[in-house]
Design a protein around this ligand. Structure first.
Ligand code: NAP
Length: 294
């Protein structure tokens, strides 16, 4: 039976550590990190994410600035808000919740965020920095995946890693991080041939696909570590909905060495890493040493 990688507990420990570091910053440097979150429109999932981010930011002792704009907000107005936040000294991190309404170009908005306030790590400059191995804000979900892997396995060097999914927000940055850890990385996607066999080669298998329970037990190498990024809502026969990942969890538990559950695996790490990126952005801006253990 595989071990369950408890992302919820790990994230709680990380957030407690961040909260302690935030108190220290206030006491020693009279500095309070601030995170601005911008939501455009009424997407129900995005509203939940933004509410949670605000709540957890405040709980960690940071300033939270929420900007909720109507669906019909124009691109120029959103860009003007981003520019204002770039200039605001109380704001150390800016996050524009995706997806944006169809009439707004997301890359234009993301690249308008000052790169040093880009706590999502999606700015083209930060993507470039990550790819050449320079210090930069790392996208939150991929950073969370890497922390869980390091916690579970220690040194990842030389491991065969397969990442299923090549999105800019999860698959590609996860692959970059694993490469930086000296893994031998394969990135699979919807055109990959023989996907099951590719996955079976992995010591580390990361699924970031968005297809419920796609990765079956016999796709997993015995003893492998499986990180399930997927969050999919499915309906049971009784009409109740529940969350599942991209991995068949029950089957994976019989084969793998360790597996992240859904919920309670990667999900909680995303917000923890957002707080971590905000704290680090505040430290960099004020030339204060990054607290140890982050
Ligand atoms: P995305 O942008 O839709 O990308 C999905 C990727 O999976 C694409 O690269 C796609 O390939 C690939 N794919 C789709 N169907 C496939 C198939 N049948 N076989 C192989 N590859 C396939 O999704 P995303 O934003 O990366 O998110 C992936 C999952 O992670 C979703 O369930 C999402 O909800 C979840 N997620 C979770 C968190 C968290 O906090 N835990 C954060 C972000 C996302 P192509 O490129 O060839 O189309």
């Amino acid at each position: 039976m595989a071990a369950i990688i408890d992302g919820k507990a790990f994230a709680a420990g990380l957030i407690a550590h961040i909260s302690g570091a935030v108190s220290d910053l206030a006491a020693k440097h009279r500095l309070q990190p601030g995170l601005a979150v911008v939501l455009v429109g009424e997407d129900p999932a995005s509203r939940v994410y933004v509410r949670n981010k605000g709540r957890q930011t405040k709980a960690a002792g940071m300033n939270s600035f929420e900007h909720r704009l109507p669906e019909e907000t124009g691109e120029a107005a959103l860009l003007a808000l981003v520019r204002r936040l770039n200039q605001d000294p109380a704001v150390h991190g800016i996050l524009v919740q995706l997806p944006l309404p169809a009439h707004i170009d997301p890359s234009k908005v993301i690249n308008a965020i000052s790169a040093d306030k880009d706590v999502d790590g999606f700015h083209i400059e930060n993507v470039g920095r990550l790819s050449v191995g320079e210090d930069s804000p790392v996208p939150c979900t991929p950073a969370g995946c890497l922390m869980l892997l390091r916690h579970q396995l220690g040194d990842l060097s030389g491991s065969r890693a397969v990442v299923v999914g090549r999105s800019n927000i999860v698959g590609k940055p996860v692959a970059m991080l694993l490469l930086r850890e000296n893994c031998t990385v394969t990135v699979a996607h919807s055109r990959t041939q023989g996907l099951a066999a590719v996955c079976r080669e992995a010591d580390i298998l990361v699924a970031a696909v968005g297809v419920p329970e796609m990765v079956k037990g016999d796709w997993i190498k015995p003893g492998a570590t499986v990180i399930d990024v997927g969050i999919n809502r499915i309906e049971n026969r009784d009409g109740q909905t529940r969350l599942v990942g991209d991995v068949d969890f029950e089957a994976a538990m019989k084969v793998a060495g360790a597996v992240t559950p859904v919920p309670g695996g990667v999900g909680p790490m995303t917000i923890a890493c957002l707080l971590r990126n905000t704290l680090m952005a505040a430290c960099r801006r004020h030339r204060v040493a990054i607290p140890p253990g982050l």
